[in-house]
Ligand binder design. Structure first.
Ligand code: BGC
Length: 754
């Protein structure tokens, strides 16, 4: 329906307009009967519906309606499958329409800076490219049902400790390259109806009051058209927030902050047009939903339960396998660990779903008549070694063909609202695994956790299957994978370091309570481990299959790329094993120009394909200038120097199968002004000043009485150049160059750069 929103707003009083900018209660926007404005409901999200009809809260403490719990983002990211997550979004969108929910609060796209963040299970990855593409696809899916999404938490909210007050302090380059691109991709590609600003401050300014983030970057640069909603309780100064671009405050403040808006307009502190603009943005989204209801939508619990199970089957990551998996029908198998009977399938906090039905791996095995027995071994929660249970487990393991231990993190170990204390699994679990592995070589470990754990027994077991927090169908999905009814195809969306201390933010994570310095800069996840050549437990992108793939024939549509063009990258992938399976083809880019401070390589594309035994498919991906670029703080733009770049294609970040070089040319010119502070080295690497500088140095050398450092003249020259490299021009005085000569050199060089 075509509505004149401006006219509607003109018919409101100042108080009514201020009121429209905050919720009616915990979950609903305000309606207005007089002007036929409906009230609509917003709710969590992201991996299922948490619609509360009774007592409300933002931490998942009170009951919500029964719904289907899909795998959390930590799991769905492993699928590396944008079509799959789109379908999950579509299902969620339909469910929302069926229960009259106008907005699903998600996806969460914060980067996993450190394995300890309590909320990592709700986030996708340590990598912005993977995060952005998965998020955009999820949004498209949900919104295809005219239900809104809220991409969150904008921005740089990477820990739970003091999340409502701490300031995340980081360089602009780090923010642009690591922490913002997923939001950018989501906005540019999928135009979410809303963006949720985070609780924390960014470089000292509350995200809810940051004009830089909420207006300049989000709207002016990326073209965001929806409204910005506060995270629940993230408002500090309502008027400053409104000015900065925060439109809707949630939940209601009981009228307290609405009155501040009215007062600010009355005393001239706030332009009424700013208020009108916010109301218009909110109403546009409200009516987008109200005018597009789908009476045909149904919430089919059974069908959606199967979808949740099928999705999780595509997500689980086979981390290790010496051939023990898949299990054979008829083998005598013992399941150990309470997670086998009662899986951990979701995290705590605002995303907590009242699951309609949960299937455990034990139930799934029993339903299929498998030869499986069960020993509890250790408790679901807590960390006490139960000697009797351990003994039972060891004895059962001795008498079985295969033992499968269902382990992971108990609920209390990871949740929204607080961070983990360490990266370890409960000691009682590590202990039991070691004891069982001593007597049973065919020991398989199935993990249920929202974020990496330390795995000291990795080399002592036969196979490890990572389910992450796989939603209510996790048990059935696990059964299908263990017994080869399905072939594992998940890949790690994050590195598993060997120990927490190896993580790049180990020393600064958490901060001092007031600020958190992002000291590692852009070196997050594999960007760091690769640069440091640190051994890790499992690399980003790693994941095994029951089949094998071969890569051939990497080719590009052109070996030349420029600022405007695109290159098509193609590679042939063949299933060379005996089973049907899925491969995630990963494309990384590496700067070969010796540019300072660039990661060894960065993910820029991926595609998941399904192949029958012997089948070959050609995978196509695109590369453009932005994929080669880093964020140049002085230029205030993305920049890639003219030169050589390598494209790397493979199965995982540590398993590159094919590579080729391309040449890039840019017309972008870096700002450069020569002064007494400019170093000789800077002049020599800049193509515009290199020639003149080299000439000057040659002259200088001729005039001097060069000291002989070595017996070789060429080596002496190189040594002198290396010493001069970091010398600012003003210091040439020390070498006897007259001050006037330095001044005229600076003038001459500036003629080359201006
Ligand atoms: C969380 C959000 C959530 C909101 C509403 C907050 O505590 O940070 O992610 O959407 O509550 O429950």
């Amino acid at each position: 329906m075509n509505r004149d929103l401006k006219k509607l707003i003109a018919a409101m009083t100042l108080e009514e307009k201020a009121g429209m900018c905050s919720g009616a209660d915990f979950w609903n926007t305000k309606g207005m009967e007089r002007l036929q404005i409906p009230s609509v409901m917003l709710s969590d999200g992201p991996h299922g519906i948490r619609k509360q009809e009774g007592k409300a809260d933002h931490l998942g403490l009170n009951e919500s309606i029964k719904a289907v719990c899909f795998p959390s983002a930590c799991a769905t990211a492993c699928s590396f499958d944008v079509d799959l997550i789109r379908k999950m979004g579509e299902t969620l969108g339909e469910e929302c329409q069926a229960v009259d929910l106008s907005m699903l609060l998600g996806p969460g796209v914060n980067i996993k800076r450190n394995p300890l963040c309590g909320r990592n299970f709700e986030y996708f990855s340590e990598d912005p490219c993977l995060t952005g593409k998965m998020a955009a696809s999820y949004i498209k899916g949900v919104q295809s049902w005219d239900v809104g999404t809220s991409v969150k938490h904008f921005a740089v909210n990477n820990q739970e400790y003091r999340r409502m007050s701490a300031s995340s302090d980081l360089s602009e380059r780090t923010m642009r390259e690591i922490y913002l691109p997923a939001f950018e991709e989501a906005v540019r590609e999928a135009q979410p109806k809303t963006v949720m600003c985070s609780y924390n401050k960014v470089n000292g300014v509350f995200a809810s009051e940051s004009e830089e983030l909420l207006t300049k970057i989000l709207r002016d640069e990326w073209g965001f058209e929806g409204y910005v909603v506060s995270d629940w309780g993230a408002v500090n100064d309502r008027v400053e927030g409104l000015k900065a671009g925060l439109d809707l405050e949630m939940p209601a403040s009981g009228g307290y902050r609405d009155a501040k808006i009215v007062e600010a307009v009355r005393n001239g502190e706030l332009d009424e047009a700013v208020l009108d603009r916010a109301v218009e943005r909110i109403l546009k989204v409200v009516f987008d939903y109200a005018d597009h209801r789908h009476p045909e939508a149904v919430f089919d619990f059974e069908a959606d339960n199967e979808k949740a199970t099928a999705i999780e089957t595509e997500c689980a990551v086979l981390l290790e396998n010496n051939g023990v998996l898949p299990l054979q029908e008829g083998q005598k198998v013992v399941y150990i660990g309470e997670f086998a009977a009662r899986p951990r399938y979701q995290g705590g906090g605002s995303s907590h779903i009242n699951a309609s039905k949960v299937t455990s791996a034990l139930e799934a095995a029993e339903a299929k008549g498998r030869n499986v027995s069960y020993v509890k071994g250790f408790p679901w929660d807590g960390d006490e070694i139960d000697a009797q249970e351990v003994e039972k487990a060891v004895n059962a393991a001795k008498n079985a063909d295969v033992t499968v231990i269902f382990a992971g993190l108990p609920d209390v170990f990871e949740s929204e609202g607080y961070d983990r204390k360490n990266m370890k699994m409960p000691n009682c679990q590590d202990y039991l695994i070691e004891e069982v592995a001593k007597v049973q070589p065919n020991t398989v470990v199935v993990l249920h956790n929202g974020s990496p754990v330390e795995i000291p027994w990795a080399d002592k077991v036969a196979a490890i299957l990572e389910m992450y927090l796989g939603g209510q169908g996790v048990g059935e999905a696990c059964d299908r994978l263990l017994y080869g009814q399905a072939n594992p195809s998940g890949r790690l969306p994050e590195t598993f370091p060997i120990r927490l201390e190896d993580n790049p933010s180990y020393l600064s994570f958490g901060g001092d309570g007031k600020t958190v310095d992002y000291t590692e800069g852009i070196y997050v996840g594999y960007r760091y481990y690769e640069a440091k050549k640190l051994p890790v437990r499992w690399s980003f992108g790693h994941g095994l299959s029951y089949t094998e793939f071969r890569y051939d024939n990497l080719r590009v549509s052109s070996p030349m790329l420029n600022d405007e063009s695109q290159i098509q990258v193609e590679v042939d992938v063949t299933n060379v094993g005996a089973r049907e399976g899925k491969e995630v083809v990963q494309l990384y880019v590496s700067d070969r120009n010796g540019t300072v401070n660039r990661p060894v390589k960065e993910l820029k594309g991926f595609q998941k394909i399904s192949l029958k035994p012997g089948e070959t498919k050609t995978v196509q991906m695109q590369i453009c200038a932005r994929d080669l670029s880093f964020y140049h703080e002085e230029l205030k733009d993305w920049y890639a120097p003219t030169g050589t770049y390598e494209l790397l294609v493979g199965h995982a970040s540590d398993d590159i199968r094919l590579r080729c070089e391309i040449q890039f040319t840019t017309k972008k010119v870096l700002p450069f002004h020569v002064s007494g502070e400019t170093t000789v080295g800077e002049l020599l690497v800049n193509p515009r000043t290199a020639g003149a500088t080299a000439g000057f140095l040659a002259e200088l050398q001729k005039q001097s009485d060069p000291k002989e450092y070595t017996s070789d003249e060429e080596t002496d020259t190189k040594m002198m150049q290396a010493m001069l490299d970091g010398m600012p021009l003003r210091s040439l005085l020390l070498l006897g160059v007259p001050g006037t000569a330095i001044e005229s050199l600076i003038d001459t060089l500036n003629m080359f750069v201006d």
